[in-house]
Design a protein around this ligand. Structure first.
Ligand code: SER
Length: 883
């Protein structure tokens, strides 16, 4: 028997031998076409080569392309398991000519490979051609020698192949294999063509035209060839079986699910085993190509595929999660041809295990409700749509799962009832929201989200992507078109632009195509589901339906990523240094800085700040890869992730782990933001301020990467400027400043002494006259401009010593204010306190006091200093006269 792996290899070998470049399969998520959910044909990765937009170093190629037809236009999901040939995942073998050979060579190659290389008897083969394609008709006659009765002209779209409503297209010629008259069915074009006897195995498309909106708009630069052969179908032919599920790959996978569940693989169980085998392939390859289960877009299709298989595992009586245990068999069958499967094996297993664990919890509840609801129903009855909606709404049962679960009992589901229950729920949600007092203009987001669903975010792994414009909003209202100078909000079906949320600012960048350039300065996330690009159209114009290139400003995004990851490390460092009471109270992750608010009762000491900064930088230097996992919030918190209290999480969260801790990662947090790949990408972490936000809440502001470098650099520049001004080296600046401060203090002291000495005649030219005599008492009264009030007492003591016995009154004037001190020698019977009080009153002050021999006071009115001394003289005279 020829194995499927042999057939794939021999196809590629044949065309390589004929000069075709052997091109590896492109990933399942299309890179060049935002209108497609998954690659669904071998030619998709070559689309732009056919149209001439892109050139490659070869003009002919061959590939075995991974394809998924589930979700979107081609959706085979519901049929899988119940037919011989439907798959969600399949491989398409193809040979391509980009303006090189055309019809004749294509037919020659196909005929040679099928009948000579593979030895399929010519009488088993029939060809179809588009009804007007005489040329193809004649070529089949000439090359294959087929009788005219087995070259069938087909007038329908079946023989005119188009990639989609937009893209390359052309008439095609299909090759059918006759499985024999033991199977019911007739040749293509006959009344029995829907039977299974004649199976299309190869489609040769004569690519010639380009279409837009299903209308031919021109010719391709050169006539080209695109062929597609379903590997599973041709394997059935070459292995002498009729059913794809009886080929070696499927037999191995089905045997494994039989062994693991202990359930027979035939009879009533057959469909379940087939579903499991098929969906295992789709799930494994999708996860390997970066799709993870989610509630929007591609992730949602994956989730539906996984859950459908998991329900069948449950039907087979599997007591524990099954799918992840089948991954080794999948890898054994297909890993050699697709190494990405081997690389992703641990991720595929973990993702399946998690999804199945979760699903089994809800499945039991959902199935119970379904059983109850269908108890009274008989074959041919219909389940009310409302019940199906309740299952969806309460238990996360997708509609098709309910339909599928009832199919064996021939019970159908009322789709329109389901749709109206869904519409009613949306209406109620909207009404509730309207009452909440939000801006009414935001209603436009509800309309868009209801109609088109959420935006799929593709920016966790990159900053570039294509998208299709699904809505344009201008001045709060939807428009179909926008032109130069317009400020608009653009919604696309998918985008790499992060919408502001969780403290992380929205992305900026450009949206372009060959007719348009729009500059996006911010992206928001209305309703938490749409990514709204706020843009201004720089040139060209934009219409709903356009395909655009979305380019995030990657430098800005990198800076945001570094700041976001640093915030996680900071949070962990704060908790480790300050204690578990530290919790996040808010954050801002901008391109140029980060801000983190947290609960803590007191200001951080400089030592604490330094230690926290050092801890974060040590983690940066460990440069460990940052890990992301999808988990339920409960599992994540049980696994030690820090969650924000009061934050509303979806039923699935991203768990970010980073850094090196004692027994686990340094930081584990729930987070939907974008992060660095490894902590080393943060480069530097620098805390630039620590302050209070309110009582019990502190705020740290910090910088990373280039911003931190510039900040440190600016500091260094200031230090150099200071060093230059001080005429020293930067290292010596602190010592130099200290000595300058010291010197200044000394000089101030000396200056004060000099002033005092000068004032008291200790050496100046204007030495004062001797003491006055008042009532027989020596009296010195002087006003001293600028004398430090602290020096006043010393000056009084000195003057008194000089005159032997007597009264000294000195007034010091500084900045218009007066300070006064009075000294009285013992034995005069006079009180310095009384005397000083008279002076203070004149100076506009209050009180004054001290001891009888020395008292001090002051007042605001320095201009009255002379009068104050006069008052002291008078008081002295009065006291003496009274004595
Ligand atoms: N594109 C064609 C198909 O998908 C032939 O490869 O059938």
């Amino acid at each position: 028997m020829t194995s499927t792996n042999d057939i794939r290899r021999s196809f590629l070998d044949y065309f390589e031998g004929q000069g075709h470049a052997r091109v590896p399969s492109a990933p399942l998520v299309p890179h060049n076409d935002p209108t497609l959910m998954f690659v669904n044909a071998g030619m998709v990765p070559f689309k732009n080569v056919f149209t001439g937009l892109e050139t490659r170093p070869y003009s002919t190629a061959t590939s075995s392309q991974k394809c998924v037809r589930a979700g979107g236009k081609h959706n085979d999901l519901d049929n899988v398991g119940y037919t011989a040939r439907h798959h969600t995942f399949f491989e398409m073998l193809g040979n391509f000519s980009f303006g090189d050979y055309f019809k004749e060579q294509a037919i020659t190659h196909a005929w040679t490979l099928l009948t000579r290389e593979w030895g399929i008897p010519a009488e088993k083969l029939t060809a179809t051609v588009y009804h007007t394609d005489d040329q193809a008709f004649d070529l089949w006659k000439k090359i294959a020698g087929l009788p005219e009765s087995r070259i069938i002209r087909i007038p329908t779209k079946d023989n005119f192949w188009a990639m989609g409503s937009d893209g390359p297209c052309g008439p095609c010629s299909e090759i059918f294999y006759d499985h024999g008259d033991h199977i019911w069915g007739g040749p293509p074009g006959s009344p029995e063509e829907d039977g299974d006897r004649f199976v299309e195995i190869w489609n040769l498309v004569f690519m010639q035209y380009l279409q837009e909106n299903d209308v031919q708009i021109g010719e391709l630069p050169k006539p080209s060839i695109d062929t597609g052969m379903g590997l599973e179908r041709v394997a059935a032919v070459l292995q002498g079986v009729h059913d794809n599920y009886d080929t070696d790959t499927f037999k191995a996978l089905i045997a494994e699910s039989g062994a693991l569940t202990g359930a027979s693989t035939t009879g009533d169980n057959q469909a379940s085993h087939r579903v499991i085998a098929d969906h295992l392939r789709a799930s494994g390859f999708l996860v390997a190509d970066g799709v993870l289960p989610a509630n929007e877009g591609r992730g949602y299709v994956l989730r539906r595929i996984m859950r459908r298989a998991m329900r069948h595992a449950h039907l087979l009586g599997a007591k524990d999660p099954l799918m992840h245990r089948m991954v080794p068999s999948l890898v054994a069958e297909m890993g050699a041809a697709y190494p990405e499967l081997v690389r992703a094996q641990p991720l595929i297993e973990a993702t399946l295990l998690q999804e199945e664990t979760r699903f089994r919890q809800t499945l039991a509840n959902g199935l119970r409700l379904l059983d109850e609801a269908t108890q009274g129903l008989a074959e041919g009855d219909t389940l009310p749509g409302e019940t199906a909606f309740k299952l969806y709404d309460t238990f996360g049962f997708p509609y098709d799962l309910t339909e599928d679960a009832l199919r064996p009992r021939s019970i159908s589901v009322d789709r329109s009832g389901f749709d109206s229950a869904m519409a009613e729920q949306k209406r109620a949600a909207r009404a509730a929201w309207k009452g909440s007092g939000d801006k009414a203009s935001d209603e436009v987001w509800y309309d868009i989200a209801d109609e088109l669903g959420g935006t799929e975010f593709t920016g966790y792994n990159g900053t570039e992507g294509e998208g299709q414009v699904v809505a344009i909003v201008k001045d709060g209202a939807r428009v179909d078109k926008a032109g130069v100078g317009d400020a608009v909000t653009i919604i696309t079906n998918q985008t790499p632009f992060y919408g502001e949320s969780g403290g992380q600012m929205g992305d900026a960048g450009t949206i372009t195509n060959d007719r348009l350039r729009a500059v996006v300065d911010d992206t928001s996330k209305p309703l938490g589901r749409l990514h709204a690009h706020h843009a201004k159209i720089d040139s060209g114009e934009l219409s709903v339906g356009d395909t655009v290139k979305l380019s995030v400003d990657a430098v800005r995004r990198d800076a945001i990523r570094a700041n976001h990851s640093a915030t996680h490390l900071l949070h962990a460092a704060l908790r480790k240094r300050l204690g578990g009471h530290v919790t996040q109270k808010g954050s801002l992750v901008a391109p140029d800085r980060l801000r983190f608010d947290f609960s803590h009762p007191s200001a951080l000491t400089p030592q604490e700040i330094a230690a926290i900064e050092a801890d974060v930088n040590a983690q940066i230097r460990h440069n460990e890869a940052v890990g992301t996992r999808l988990m339920t919030p409960e599992d994540a918190i049980a696994a030690g992730a820090m969650a924000l209290f009061g934050e509303k999480y979806g039923d699935e969260v991203r768990v970010l782990s980073m850094g090196r801790g004692d027994d686990q990662h340094y930081s584990v947090e729930l987070c939907g933001g974008t992060h660095v790949n490894a902590t080393g990408d943060i480069a530097i972490f620098k805390i630039v301020s620590e302050s209070a936000v309110s009582s019990g809440i502190r705020r740290i502001e910090a910088l990373t990467g280039e911003a931190a470098r510039q900040w440190l650099n600016a500091r260094d520049e200031r230090l150099k400027e200071a060093a230059a001004a001080l005429k020293t080296s930067p290292d010596d600046v602190p010592a130099r400043v200290l000595s300058l401060v010291e010197e200044r203090r000394r000089l101030e002291r000396e200056l004060a002494d000099a002033k005092k000495a000068l004032a008291l005649g200790g050496g100046g030219a204007a030495a004062p006259a001797g003491p006055e005599q008042i009532g027989g008492v020596n009296f010195v009264g002087q006003v001293l401009e600028g004398l430090d009030p602290k020096a006043l007492r010393g000056a009084v003591d000195e003057a008194r010593a000089r005159i032997g016995s007597g009264v000294v009154a000195l007034v010091a004037i500084n900045d218009g204010r007066a300070s006064v001190a009075v000294g009285v020698s013992d034995g005069l019977g006079l009180s310095a306190v009384d005397l000083v009080k008279t002076a203070v009153a004149v100076l506009g002050g209050q009180g004054g006091g001290g001891r009888p021999d020395m008292a001090q006071g002051g007042g605001p009115d320095g201009s009255k200093a002379g009068d104050a001394l006069g008052a002291v003289r008078a008081a002295l005279a009065d006291a003496k006269a009274a004595a």
